[in-house]
Design a protein around this ligand. Sequence first.
Ligand SMILES: C[S@@+](CC[C@H](N)C(=O)[O-])C[C@H]1O[C@@H](n2cnc3c(N)ncnc32)[C@H](O)[C@@H]1O
Length: 344
Amino acid sequence: MSRATPKSPSLAAVAKREDAAAALKRIICLGLLDKSRKVIRREDRVEIPVLEKLGEFDMVVQDRPSFYRKLPDLTAALRGQIPEGLLRLLPRGWFILGEVIIVKVHPRLRDYESHIGDALLRYYPRCSTVLADEGISGQLRQPVRRTIVGSRSMTTHKENGVVFHLDARVVMFSPGNLKERMRMSRLGQGETVVDMFAGIGYFSIPMAVYSRPRKILAIELNPQSYQFLCQNIEANEVQDIVQPILGDCAVKTPQGIADRVLMGMVQVTNRYLETGIAALKPGGTLHYHQTIPSWQFPEAAVEEVKEAAAAMGRRAEILKCLRVKKFSPGVVHAVIDARIDRDF
Ligand SMILES: C[S@@+](CC[C@H](N)C(=O)[O-])C[C@H]1O[C@@H](n2cnc3c(N)ncnc32)[C@H](O)[C@@H]1O
């Protein structure tokens, strides 16, 4: 989406790659990170978008700033209902699952969140419920959400011709992973696939619907997500392809049978790498998701794959390195595709 020229120039602090993590932390602490623009790596340096000039850093005016997508502005809708001084804290982003809108609300706007909910429902009349998003917690990646307006968090989200039943208060669904879900829907034809972190079927179901693998073993640890996985397998009529398995993939993943292994987890995925690699036949493909500092993309994740393969006496040939989405300021959710060859 193109944008109007910003009123102020697109200022960025410049740091060497090795200093970028500390610089970003400092800029966030100062409250001066410009969240409308992306952190950009340019050869040996990193540009961190800032709201104003900072004496302690080298500065540049970016000639090619990269912006996040822009949504409708709530300020005009809520002027007069919220104290003028708090308008700048209004959410600038949200996402929609079926009939549910999910939005992060600044703690200082808590007393006004019903106004925010009502304004959002006016923008999206087909929606009925607004949930406040307070993050994702723990190994099961469970969302922490409160209802602001409405009462129905059970919904049906349709995407790319695939139906996902889910409870938006209970299970995650990342809008930023859309491109990856689409990509997975084009892979796997005729193959045996293991989806180690299947959730409600984020990757398994689009793959089954469009590519018709021979079999997908979809492993999920959280019983609530597993229930939705089973429901979604039926709703999309892929019972003959997707076999749901309730349990820990560290225990349930079979060895040496897969043409393709999906590791759609972040932050702790490295702990399961050897299990994922062991599941693959020689020449099989691994899709390894991980969160890494954006300026270490893709090396940090590539190293993890290569080292784990080498430790098992196998060789990883890197096929592709993709950015799935921004995970947090300066951190990217990456996916590494690797062909895992037979033993040396
Ligand atoms: C981050 S979510 C999957 C996100 C998904 N890839 C997407 O596109 O939105 C990870 C899923 O893995 C599950 N999980 C976490 N640890 C697991 C384990 N050891 N075995 C199986 N599933 C696990 C969680 O319950 C969660 O449903």
